[in-house]
Design a protein around this ligand. Structure first.
Ligand SMILES: *[C@@H]1O[C@H](CO)[C@@H](O)[C@H](O)[C@H]1NC(C)=O
Ligand SMILES: *[C@@H]1O[C@H](CO)[C@@H](O)[C@H](O)[C@H]1NC(C)=O
Ligand SMILES: *[C@@H]1O[C@H](CO)[C@@H](O)[C@H](O)[C@H]1NC(C)=O
Ligand SMILES: *[C@@H]1O[C@H](CO)[C@@H](O)[C@H](O)[C@H]1NC(C)=O
Ligand SMILES: *[C@@H]1O[C@H](CO)[C@@H](O)[C@H](O)[C@H]1NC(C)=O
Ligand SMILES: *[C@@H]1O[C@H](CO)[C@@H](O)[C@H](O)[C@H]1NC(C)=O
Ligand SMILES: *[C@@H]1O[C@H](CO)[C@@H](O)[C@H](O)[C@H]1NC(C)=O
Ligand SMILES: *[C@@H]1O[C@H](CO)[C@@H](O)[C@H](O)[C@H]1NC(C)=O
Ligand SMILES: *[C@@H]1O[C@H](CO)[C@@H](O)[C@H](O)[C@H]1NC(C)=O
Length: 452
């Protein structure tokens, strides 16, 4: 009886809310407790659906509440307004998520238009609950692979996903502790991500910052990303990635700050990365093209980069710039990487620049202008390995060069300086190293190499 009365109360307040203000609903009016222990899934979903039915608007998560939830589905023209001091907490049980692993997200938008997330508050994936064994090198994580729907050791829920969507916006919100990838845009167009903070555990594998997959016309600006795995990561699995702009960001990661791939079956075209600070990351600007997609017309400008070694169980060897194309395995193809510009970049790093195409995946027309590279060692990790992972030649023992180049046609160097620390010279060999038979059309204007 009591529960029936509560239910009626909830329904009547819900109707009152819709009637009085269809465009601005609060999840608490639908019965959300916000106590962090009871699941508020039903209340949140009812609020979202009522908002959508009323033509869209905002669904408010009042400050102070912790709204524990299973997957919630965002609808067209609905914006989640998570107030500053409010948290949406993702469930940590497999039954909290849909059957198909491709839909495992705390907040999921499928085929929506004009949806968004904002408010100054936080979505938290409770990533620590997925750590089986903490390890300062790399945590051992839970993997929900028992049903066979997802195989291997990467079966964990992502935090926020927009799939087949258009005109979505995520702004002024913190995305915290994802169990797996954090913000995932899939086959979507005209997305805007701005003033977003992303924090993932530094030792947790696969907690990428923003994955832009098979999506066009994406703008990312004023983001702050501090996480274990790749921070801004365009991928192409079922379609190309055109027109991606990322500016005014700060990034730290134990993997690549900006990484193309490694899923790279289709093309990446017309990307612009500007004014990004990359701090103590395992790799700065990276391309791992492995599946036959081609990359062209990409500019990286006005960057400050510092890269250092971390444990080699993470991809990356402290390269400030890392461009590779090679076939992942005998059934895949390499892709061509063309018209790539690096302008106004300064870096301090424990390893050199690595530019390696392959016989059937040349690097063409690379330009470096106004580049200041400082090389020094400050961690105790062993150097002397070239990293072609994933697949390809794997890790190859080698002395470290300032710039290593192979399989390139067209390389223009203009106003590039390299400076070398007097300390820790062991293991360094040449400023420039290239297999002349695989590199042609090079020009150097104002290039220098000196001690720091
Ligand atoms: C973010 O949201 C908070 C809370 O609503 C607000 O005070 C702040 O001005 C917003 N910041 C931006 C950059 O929109
Ligand atoms: C399931 O995940 C565990 C833990 O990562 C892993 O050891 C095991 O090989 C995986 N099993 C399958 C069938 O993918
Ligand atoms: C992105 O643009 C390309 C080229 O026009 C198109 O083939 C692809 O379908 C577009 N992707 C999406 C998600 O709209
Ligand atoms: C990419 O941007 C250009 C210039 O704004 C535009 O002409 C083109 O249609 C865009 N491409 C896609 C696939 O939307
Ligand atoms: C570069 O980005 C930072 C944020 O990381 C911002 O504070 C700064 O104003 C930007 N600089 C320019 C010239 O836009
Ligand atoms: C990449 O370019 C090569 C050479 O132009 C072409 O054969 C290949 O089909 C392209 N790859 C894709 C995914 O379009
Ligand atoms: C590079 O820096 C110079 C000098 O600060 C500036 O004039 C130029 O516009 C910058 N180039 C780019 C592509 O941002
Ligand atoms: C050369 O690059 C440096 C930055 O590395 C910049 O300060 C300087 O202005 C550039 N010189 C010219 C002539 O553009
Ligand atoms: C490197 O090893 C030395 C000697 O064991 C130690 O004092 C120093 O703190 C270590 N440096 C780093 C960055 O871990």
């Amino acid at each position: 009886m009591a529960s029936l009365i509560i239910l009626l109360l909830v329904i009547s307040t819900a109707f009152a809310a819709i009637k009085s203000d269809g465009s601005h609903l609060s999840v608490t009016d639908f019965g959300a407790t916000g106590d962090g222990r009871h699941y508020d899934t039903t209340a949140i979903q009812q609020a979202i659906d009522a908002c959508a039915a009323g033509g869209g608007g905002r669904v408010r998560f009042p400050s102070g509440g912790k709204y524990l939830t299973a997957t919630i589905f965002l609808r067209s023209d609905v914006v989640l307004e998570i107030e500053s001091g409010a948290q949406i907490l993702g469930g940590t049980r497999q039954e909290d998520y849909p059957k198909e692993s491709a839909r495992w997200y705390v907040v999921l938008a499928e085929k929506v238009k004009g949806a968004g997330i904002t408010g100054g508050g936080e979505i938290n994936g409770q990533g620590w609950a997925f750590v089986v064994r903490p390890n300062p090198k790399k945590n051992i994580m839970v993997s929900w692979n028992a049903t066979g729907d997802c195989l291997g050791d990467e079966c964990r829920p992502r935090l926020v996903g927009f799939i087949d969507s258009t005109d979505v916006r995520v702004w002024n919100v913190t995305l915290n502790q994802p169990a797996y990838w954090c913000l995932h845009l899939v086959r979507s167009s005209n997305s805007v991500v701005e003033d977003v903070k992303i924090y993932g555990d530094f030792n947790t594998p696969n907690n990428d910052g923003i994955d832009i997959e098979d999506s066009n016309n994406t703008l990312i600006t004023r983001c702050h990303i501090d996480t274990g795995d790749d921070a801004i990561c365009p991928k192409s699995s079922t379609g190309p990635v055109y027109n991606l702009t990322a500016t005014d960001c700060w990034i730290r990661t134990k993997s690549s700050a900006i990484k193309f791939g490694s899923a790279s079956f289709f093309d990446f075209r017309r990307h612009f990365y500007n004014n990004i600070t990359i701090f103590e990351s395992h790799r700065g600007l990276g391309m791992q093209i492995r599946d036959g997609g081609n990359v062209s017309d990409i500019t990286f400008s006005n960057m400050k980069i510092s890269t250092r070694y971390y444990d080699p169980s993470w991809w990356g060897r402290a390269e400030p710039i890392y461009i590779t194309s090679c076939a992942r395995d005998s059934s895949s193809k390499a892709g061509f990487i063309s018209n790539i510009k690096f302008v106004n970049i300064s870096s301090v790093s424990e390893n050199g620049v690595f530019l390696a195409g392959s016989k059937d995946g040349f690097l063409r027309n690379l330009k470096f202008k106004n580049i200041n590279l400082a090389y020094k060692r400050w961690t105790n990790y062993t150097a002397g390995l070239y990293d072609y992972r994933p697949g390809c030649q794997g890790l190859v023992k080698h002395n470290t060069a300032g710039m290593m180049m192979e399989h390139i046609s067209g390389l223009e160097i203009q106003n590039v300086s390299m400076r070398w620390s007097r300390n820790g010279f062991k293991g360094w060999n040449d400023p420039l190293q290239f297999k002349a038979s695989t590199v042609d059309k090079i020009s150097f204007h104002d290039w220098s190499s000196d001690v720091l």
